[in-house]
Design a binder for this molecule. Structure first.
Ligand code: SF4
Length: 454
């Protein structure tokens, strides 16, 4: 989203002091509220000192704080994912790490305290109004542990985010292996919790993603399997007289597992769908991108109908069995209708960064030629970064970078392609991260004196 440029009125730190800053904040409180003023267009000079005593912001100027909290995309407290989606722009890896819950709570508490002191929400967004607590993880991994070992789940973290930052959180999953009983239980528990308005109201969206970038799907097609030939059943003579499976048989089995998995995800989230609380994202590529057979939206349609066929099968089995999700025929029809409607909405917009870039390279014999056909933002990112390096002025770029704060407090700029370090660091009390992201971090640091626009 292109937002209007906003310039902060900051000149140089005056270190006004807490008392004076508080008096100024009180004096301007009503007016600021009336005109819906954001922190970045307040007189930050006069607010200098109001952050005193808030551990998270120790040693930071108001300019640095306002900068870090404007267009805040995520506070990355959770890392790690085993899904290995081939379009993952974060290039997420299966190495899990979680910051202690206490440090997340401290950040949230300090943002809230700052908000109370100033009378303005210090977090504001000119794009999508949500804040995540992870970048390279899946929604099902959205939990932290405190020092006593108590688990704080996605609902709790999302509630905290919303109450402190005023921005809602996001729950988005690319799914799990249906044989992973622990993940299945986590998903079912989230469904139960998110059915309650008091929990779901803290989420900007609750989403499941279906796409042709799942490694099992991609491998099955690569090994020659044709989704048009899919049958949910293994022929009886094959069951009776099993032979050494051929590579094509293995591919078929892989594909069948993929379909069953996706159908299970849809089945598990059905109660949220029936309550109108579930979104679904179907993403695939446009046909104009060469050599990506199987990953085009059109190619994926057959697989979507195979998944829906399997889902109906699961519903029918549930209806005559436990009735965990489907209680009657009417409900079954409604769920099928709603999923059909959701799954008809799709998008061929994808970021060509992270693992998608690698995937593209593999499909194009090591070349990235033509990759900009996937999305036109790639070039813009390159152009902006070049300008920033040359001018050393943030105002020279034609976009508002998003901000990401890592668990060690370091603040980064992000535009879905480039991750650019800054010299701003919040005090989270966590150990420095050796590898801050699984995508490349630019070898250039945005210094505070280059911030001539927030
Ligand atoms: S897209 Fe999401 S679920 Fe897939 S690998 Fe990346 S973080 Fe994991």
């Amino acid at each position: 989203m292109k937002a209007a440029l906003c310039y902060c009125q900051y000149s140089a730190p005056s270190f006004f002091g807490y008392k004076e800053a508080k008096t100024y904040a009180n004096r301007t409180r009503l007016f600021n509220k009336f005109i819906n003023r954001k922190l970045y267009n307040c007189n930050l000079n006069k607010l200098e000192g109001i952050q005193e005593g808030l551990k998270t912001f120790e040693g930071l100027s108001m300019k640095q704080i306002a900068f870090a909290l404007t267009d805040l995309h995520s506070i990355n407290m959770i890392r790690g994912c085993i899904n290995h989606c081939l379009h993952c722009y974060a290039n997420a890896q299966p190495f899990f790490s979680r910051a202690p819950f206490e440090s997340f709570k401290q950040i949230m508490d300090d943002i809230l305290a700052l908000k109370k002191r100033i009378g303005i929400n210090p977090v504001s967004h000119r794009g999508d109004k949500y804040v995540d607590c992870y970048f390279d993880a899946d929604g099902l991994n959205m939990h932290l542990f405190d020092k006593e070992g108590k688990k704080h789940d996605a609902v709790e973290l999302g509630t905290l985010i919303h109450k402190s930052t005023g921005m809602k959180a996001v729950f988005d999953t690319n799914g799990w292996d249906r044989n992973d009983r622990e993940k299945q239980k986590i998903a079912e528990d989230y469904v139960k919790k998110l059915l309650k308005n008091k929990n779901s109201k803290h989420f900007y969206q609750i989403n499941i993603s279906l796409n042709p970038f799942n490694p099992n799907y991609v491998k099955a097609l690569k090994d020659g399997y044709n989704p048009e030939t899919y049958s949910p059943f293994i022929p009886i003579d094959e069951v009776m007289n099993p032979k050494e499976p051929t590579p094509l048989k293995k591919a078929e089995e892989r594909y069948r597992e993929y379909v069953k998995n996706e159908a299970n995800i849809l089945f598990t989230f059905t109660p949220l769908l029936l309550k109108g609380k579930l979104g679904a994202i179907i993403r695939g590529l446009d046909k104009k991108i060469p050599k990506m057979e199987g990953c085009y939206l059109e190619d994926y349609t057959t697989t979507l109908s195979n998944i829906l066929g399997n889902l109906e099968w699961l519903y029918r089995a549930d209806l005559i069995g436990e009735q965990k999700v489907i209680k009657n025929e009417k409900m079954l029809k409604k769920a099928m209708r709603l999923y059909l409607k959701r799954l008809n909405k799709n998008s061929d917009f994808l970021f060509s960064s992270g693992r998608m870039e690698k995937f593209y390279k593999v499909k194009h014999n090591g070349s990235l030629k033509g990759i900009e056909k996937i999305d036109n933002l790639r070039k813009r990112s390159k152009r902006n970064f070049a300008k920033l390096m040359m001018t050393k002025k943030l105002s020279s770029v034609d976009l508002m970078y998003l901000k990401m704060i890592n668990s060690d407090g370091k603040v980064f700029l992000y535009d879905n392609y480039a991750v650019i370090p800054t010299d701003i660091q919040l005090n989270t009390g966590n150990k420095p991260l050796q590898k801050p992201f699984w995508i490349k971090v630019k070898d250039f640091v945005l210094k505070t004196d280059m911030i001539d626009r927030i």
